[in-house]
Design a protein around this ligand. Sequence first.
Ligand code: 13P
Ligand code: SF4
Length: 360
Amino acid sequence: MSLAEAIPEIPNIIVPRTAGVIALDPPPAGAEAARITARIKALLRERDAVLVAHYYVDEALQRIAEETGGTVSDSLDMARFGHEHPARTIVVAGVRFMGETAKILNPEKRVLMPSLDAECSLDLECPAERFIPFCDAHPDRTVVVYSNTSAAVKARADYVVTSSIAVKLVAHLHRQGKKIIWAPDKHLGAYVQEQTGADMLMWNGACVVHDEFRAQALELLKTQHPTAAVLVHPESPAAVIALADAVGSTTQLIEAARTLPQRELIVATDNRIFHKMRAAAPGKTLIEAPTGGHGATCRSCAHCPWMAMNSLRALLQVLETGEREIHVDETIRARAQLATQRMLDFAHDLKREVMGHGDA
Ligand code: 13P
Ligand code: SF4
């Protein structure tokens, strides 16, 4: 399936390859939304299930996760939370690689997702059949892959990273004199390379959402909001990152929104993050960074079309039926677990260092 074919047509949003709004199947509202929400909460209890959600999914799902003892977080913390939580079933509201990561780390648990079609352009652009021979052709290099990849790609990696620890982990490997293969996000890779000076051979993937942010239009917006701080996810192009006051994972951007002194914040990441960002930085004005450029004939909407597949109705259905379970071939899973566990271990050690003692 080509990337264009794989991008779903989602109700009520503008997807990157179209110029219009697709209005189909409106989300439940009012009494119906309340009824579905109550049923989901009851089923989570009955099924010994915990909801692990990403910041980019519908606000209604984020609220349910928060109100039922689950979590809303970035990909690293989603992995960590699901791994440490005692529930027998993890319901991952996010995209497929997040569900697979949960399964890789927790083979004994059942991992369900509201939609198994919720892909990620980075994952789709890095198929294992092409990635494995690429790595084999460079046996002298340490393979570091972004967590936005399939289980089969993780199984070929030495390390998995997320945006929250990519710079620190690559800097660590660079200090050990390691040369690196980096995949799949070219923008995050370029940022990591610039920050660390590491020797990195890059895969050529990009995120369909963040790749759309435009530096020129952002500069223009900054002239209209001269006191605003700019927060950028590192999956964005280098010219956009160059204009940032804070660069980081989704959790790190929310923390920057909270701590930066500026009252206006221009945010270059998926706009569903505004739900938690507003709560973390009450009273501050959040402004979407521009996509598509001025005068572009096709504008994107800064919302991931695959994250948008996580609807209330889909969540209810998966809990009622137990369908849409993530399965990963055991040989691949066991290999992928090594590189994924290294990420958690590295993150754990970092946290201990930051806290300045050995028992954090
Ligand atoms: P975070 O790990 O920063 O949440 O990023 C995940 C992602 O897919 C961003 O597009
Ligand atoms: Fe993948 Fe981009 Fe969607 Fe994140 S926002 S899941 S990187 S396509």
